[in-house]
Design a protein around this ligand. Structure first.
Ligand code: ATR
Length: 272
């Protein structure tokens, strides 16, 4: 099915700087086209985030994705920031609800859905490596689903502080290989191109009962995931979280089920 741009087309966009390498336009346009939604999605390099939010109102856009460096500063220009986005301290999605602009964050749901596609998380012991913004989203989402989360982080104070704030456990990095868990998530940038030989975890962490997820998607098969696969783990790559956070955005905007398989195929094709 193809959708032609006409006088009824609803506009969506990503606001960020830089945005030239964003995968979101291709992914969302494929999704709109696949379900026959009369909508189009652009990438706008934005310096003036207040102006960009005004444009949503002026053009009655359906909504927007928000990325670096605007995820925090955009909040003051919106009519409402929902509970999850407030807990993240970051908005990555704006929904135009009949003129009210609502700030949301789809990363928590993205992480949860990427894992739940393979295994339920309720009651499971999960180790999350990292204590930055991505880790916060993964931990918050998993905890809400009833997982028992332990944070491990290179910088102890940062990890311990996030653990206390989110009401989860903390363990020092050197104990990582000894921890007993069913799900392990790399929420650091370790292993990303060009440092593809690096992993934040020793291979001894993994066993065949486990699921391992990485938020890194360049490369698709990180050292963390290849060690996990060699140990017999189920693996969830970084594209999964990216696609599912996009799927949540899509569903908030359109009220329709996101065509996840087509979205994933589009991203995989671009990443080669
Ligand atoms: P993001 O918001 O994308 O998650 P961030 O806030 O910079 O990014 O967080 C990056 C995370 O990766 C942190 O947990 C960081 O550990 P520190 O708190 O010790 O800085 C982790 N990280 C980055 N490089 C690392 C490395 N070489 N070894 C271990 N952890 C690393």
């Amino acid at each position: 099915m193809t959708v032609e741009i006409n006088s009824l087309t609803r506009l969506y966009a990503v606001f960020g700087d830089p945005v030239a390498h964003s995968l979101s336009p291709a992914m969302h346009n494929r999704a709109f086209t696949h379900i026959g939604e009369n909508a189009a999605y652009m990438a706008f390099r934005v310096k003036d985030v207040q102006g960009a939010v005004r444009a949503i109102r002026a053009f009655d856009m359906g909504g927007a994705s928000v990325t670096i460096p605007h995820k925090i500063s955009v909040m003051e220009h919106l009519d409402e920031v929902d509970e999850t986005a407030r807990a993240m301290g970051a908005v990555n999605t704006i929904v135009n609800d009949q003129g009210r602009l609502i700030g949301k964050n789809s990363d928590c749901l993205g992480a949860v859905k990427a894992i739940q596609e393979k295994t339920p998380v309720k009651g499971k012991d999960v180790v999350v490596i990292g204590a930055g913004g991505a880790a916060r989203a993964v931990i918050y989402g998993l905890k809400q689903e009833g997982a028992r989360v332990t944070i491990v982080n290179r910088t102890m104070e940062k990890g311990a502080q996030l653990a206390e704030e989110l009401g989860v456990d903390f363990q020092p990095m050197e104990d990582l290989g000894k921890l007993d868990c069913r799900i392990a998530v790399n929420a650091t940038s370790v292993g990303m191109v060009p440092n593809v030989q690096d992993s934040p975890a020793p291979a001894s962490l993994f066993n065949k009962e486990m699921l391992a997820m990485d938020i890194v998607y360049r490369p698709l098969l990180t050292r963390f995931l290849s060690d996990a696969r060699d140990a017999g783990c189920t693996i969830v790559d970084g594209i999964a979280m990216f696609v599912y956070q996009g799927a949540s955005q899509f569903e908030w905007w359109t009220g329709k089920e996101a065509p996840v398989a087509q979205m994933r195929e589009t991203v995989e094709t671009i990443l080669g």
